[in-house]
Design a protein around this ligand. Structure first.
Ligand SMILES: [Cu+2]
Length: 304
């Protein structure tokens, strides 16, 4: 079922990576994500019974749900997706899933986009949402407002290595009569402006939460990371600085991935999917110097 994504790997990326370990590459390199993050997989999988259980909508206004499958060097997307508010289940197989979805920004042609290298391409996208990394077997349920037209999906993966790889695919959002409403959410996590994540005090990673990027120019995310018992994100930052020994994390559990400036999206967390313990909402998006926004303080510790 999986088809290879269009994988582009550049030597330039490899040399860049030695000094700019971005988008949780350091954690992937440590090799602890894939085995430990499975804790959340079975619980999240139970959410696959559909969005109908978690959204209070009338039958005629239930949001369509589509599934995007992602793994190492592979993506399986529907060719066509209806417009309007749509639930997008991003499921990880054969590797972690970490997707960013968006549209080629105004002023850039498809030809210019196709001719660019992966870093340039990502910069050419108006990123409308994505998922925080999840391990094989786990999934993330996003809700986005999709406008008709051509969309791009970016698969960010490591395939067991330390170098981020990028594969690109596309899908068409077709005009539809879908008039389903946005989800009813329990609260809003505001990311940006700059290196801020504002999380409501009652955020418990259960049910539906809205994410808004209030930055004017930067992509941000609020990925959910499980920390080892007794650890805080400050410990993770300390580890990142010298990267000796294992990082103080026990897995990555989805939440909102890349979200462009001014955009919004929703994540529905399955009840009971997460074990109690310390977690952090973290922005792994790299800054101009290649280090993740995390290292500039873009995180919020929480306990579940
Ligand atoms: Cu950020």
């Amino acid at each position: 079922m999986l088809r290879p994504g269009r994988v582009v790997t550049l030597e330039r990326m490899k040399t860049k990576q030695t000094t700019s370990c971005s988008w949780s590459g350091a954690l992937a390199r440590a090799g602890v994500i894939g085995c430990l993050a499975l804790v959340g997989a079975s619980g999240q999988a139970t959410a696959a019974t559909g969005p109908h259980l978690t959204h209070e909508t009338t039958p005629e206004s239930v949001r369509p749900e589509v599934t995007f499958v992602a793994g190492n060097a592979a993506m399986d997307l529907p060719d066509e997706v209806p417009s309007g508010y749509v639930d997008i289940r991003i499921r990880a197989v054969d590797g972690e899933a970490h997707l960013a979805l968006g549209r080629i920004a105004d002023g850039t042609s498809r030809e210019e986009f196709d001719a660019a290298n992966p870093f340039e391409r990502i910069a050419m996208l108006d990123v409308r949402g994505g998922n925080g990394t999840v391990s094989p077997g786990a999934d993330v349920l996003l809700t986005l407002l999709l406008e008709p037209g051509e969309w791009v999906a970016v698969n960010i993966y490591y395939d067991g290595g330390a170098v981020p790889q990028f594969a690109f695919d596309q899908f068409t959002v077709v005009e539809s009569d879908n008039d389903a409403p946005a989800p009813t959410d329990r609260g809003t996590i505001v990311i940006g402006p700059a290196m801020r994540i504002d999380v409501p005090d009652d955020f418990d990673a259960v049910g539906t939460w809205k994410f808004e990027n209030h930055d004017d120019v930067l992509n941000h995310e609020a990925a959910l990371v499980g920390l080892t018992d007794g650890s805080t994100t400050e410990d993770l930052m300390g580890w990142y600085a010298d990267q000796s020994g294992p990082p103080p994390i026990r897995g990555e559990f989805g939440s909102m991935g890349a979200l462009g400036p001014g955009h919004e999206g929703w994540v529905t967390f399955a009840e009971g999917a997460l074990e109690p313990g310390p977690y952090s909402l973290i922005c792994w998006v790299p800054g101009d110097d290649g280090t993740p926004h995390l290292m500039n303080g873009m995180f919020e510790d929480l306990t579940i």
